[in-house]
Design a binder for this molecule. Structure first.
Ligand code: SAH
Length: 502
């Protein structure tokens, strides 16, 4: 099994720094199922190639059976595992290039963030779905894909094609992204990863897929195949991806100007999600129980992100807000819904991430937006931890699932900026209730890799009442999502109102 990674960046030997593997050496790494060897067939200033060769030991594969080792149940039979790039190669790649995949490089800290001209080659890749599927998976990620079906036997063309593909990917990508694409998509193409799916695979998938999976047109197929078609796991992963702002453009298409926003969380997904479509978008143990009681099928709980948005919109209307700014607006879901509601005459959206804003502009179809609507909107880049005049002049500010992305040491700066300087009459803050995490099947750790913390209900109310007291606000608390008798709601919302006396 062979993977080669070539770059033509100058100096090309930077690849050695990035991979943490010296170009002058041949290094071996023991795996439970064989040996991975890293070497450089070429290492010049203009072109450098690293090769990862995986030698699978069929005996070791059998011996490691049952110890969480990949593919063990296939291993006792004659099979192609030792020869074809597959899920085993993904496992070895994750181990051998662990630091590179995490995007760390202490020797040259600027390198991991820089897109490099790359060529990745996999001479023999088991590919259920053929070259076409390889293109569907890699092209949306910006790769130029050369995928050729390999004949069963070159001497006997009449035997037809094998299920193997020779794959070459070319493009400019950060090395960590490229490795994460392979880590997730090799087992997806292989589709033989049925026997070793541990619950933490969902976390692994979400971590490796950060920044690209939730926007991928084939995310349903990727998620299901990666998780070995275990539907409960796939559902959890898709729900969590949805929570990260994963919505199709159709859902964001603003409703007719005169109508309130209408959203059916399942509508956009239906066509592409195959089997997942008839299952609830968010599954918690509580939901599953409730659904069984209610006689299943007709009950389809709305995705939590949709319920959150609806709760925020309803609260803003109730408070009589006419101008609203969404702080940390992400990909613009709430901004779109606000614009679709005529009562919100002035709408602001701000985020620190230019990528999020670019996606927001595309999803909101800013270039084709009618002038009347466009005139109501201000979308801009900014950081919540720096005083900014552009945040003033709104009736209400929303911080929806944002505070938990801010380092605790910077929270006080955010408080000053929002409650001290911008000082709108109302501030709505939503954040996960960490107590509820036990209700998510297979969730280990926090809900998102970028969360710096998640609060219990007591921690949230302590923080919110302290902030309110300091800045002359009153605060009330509201649950969002189905409240669990023991652990509370999945999302907690604080509704701050400026005290007129202060
Ligand atoms: N409010 C959106 C997005 C939540 S994700 C929603 O509910 O769907 C958190 C967002 O906060 C990200 O888009 C991130 O870029 C943004 N963010 C994180 N720290 C920020 C900061 N200091 N200033 C502005 N935005 C920030």
């Amino acid at each position: 099994m062979l993977l080669t990674i070539t770059t033509t960046v100058r100096p090309a030997t930077d690849l050695g720094f990035l991979l943490h593997k010296h170009p002058g050496r041949v290094q071996e790494f023991r795996q439970s199922f064989g040996t991975a060897t890293v070497f450089y067939p070429e290492a010049g200033e203009e072109r450098c190639t690293a090769a990862l060769l995986l030698d699978v030991d069929p005996v070791a594969l059998v011996r490691s059976r049952g110890k969480g080792s990949p593919d063990f149940s296939l291993s006792q039979y004659v099979n192609d595992r030792p020869y074809a790039a597959s899920s085993l190669l993904a496992v070895a790649l994750a181990d051998v290039f662990r630091t590179a995949r995490a995007g760390r490089c202490t020797a040259r800290p600027e390198l991991p963030g820089t897109p490099l001209p790359l060529e990745l080659r996999l001479p023999a890749l088991p590919c259920r779905g053929g070259p076409d599927l390889a293109r569907r998976l890699f092209e949306p990620l910006g790769w130029e894909v050369d995928a050729q079906a390999l004949p069963l036997d070159e001497a006997f063309p009449e035997w037809g094609q094998s299920r193997y593909v020779g794959l070459t990917l070319r493009g400019a990508s950060r090395l960590a992204d490229a490795l994460n694409h392979l880590y997730v998509l090799l087992p997806v193409l292989d589709d033989a990863k049925h026997y070793w799916i541990a619950p933490d695979e969902v976390d692994k998938l979400i971590r490796a897929g950060t920044g690209w999976l939730h926007g991928h047109p084939e995310r349903g197929l990727i998620t299901r195949r990666y998780l070995g078609r275990r539907h409960s796991l796939a559902r959890t992963a898709l729900a969590r991806l949805a929570e990260l702002g994963d919505e199709t453009e159709e859902q964001l298409e603003p409703a007719v100007e005169e109508e309130p926003p209408t959203e059916d969380p399942a509508a956009g997904e239906a066509a592409e999600e195959e089997t997942a479509a008839d299952e609830p978008a968010v599954t918690t143990q509580a939901d599953a129980g409730a659904e069984a009681e209610a006689g299943a099928a007709e009950v389809r709980p709305k995705a939590l992100n949709v319920r959150r948005r609806e709760a925020v919109l309803a609260k803003l209307a109730e408070l009589g807000a006419v101008s609203v700014i969404d702080l940390g607006c992400g990909q613009g879901e709430l901004v779109g819904a606000l614009l679709a509601t005529p009562r919100f005459a002035k709408v602001g959206g701000m985020d620190v991430s230019s990528m999020a804003l670019t996606v927001a502009a595309r999803k909101l179809r800013l270039d084709r937006m009618p002038d009347s609507r466009r005139a109501r909107l201000t979308l801009f880049q900014g950081a919540l931890t720096y005083t900014d005049k552009r945040l003033s002049g709104y009736d209400a500010a929303v911080l929806m699932e944002v505070v938990e992305h801010v380092d605790p040491s910077r929270l006080e700066a955010l408080e000053r900026v929002v409650f001290g300087h911008a000082r709108p009459a109302h501030v709505l803050v939503t954040t996960p209730n960490i107590e509820y995490n036990v209700r998510y099947e297979f969730l280990t750790g926090l809900r998102h890799p970028d969360h710096r913390f998640e609060w219990t209900r007591a921690e949230f109310t302590a923080w919110a009442s302290r902030v309110a007291g300091r800045h002359g606000y009153r605060v009330a608390y509201e649950p969002v999502g189905d409240e669990d008798p023991e652990v509370g709601p999945p999302t907690q919302m604080g509704v701050f109102t400026l005290d007129q006396r202060s």
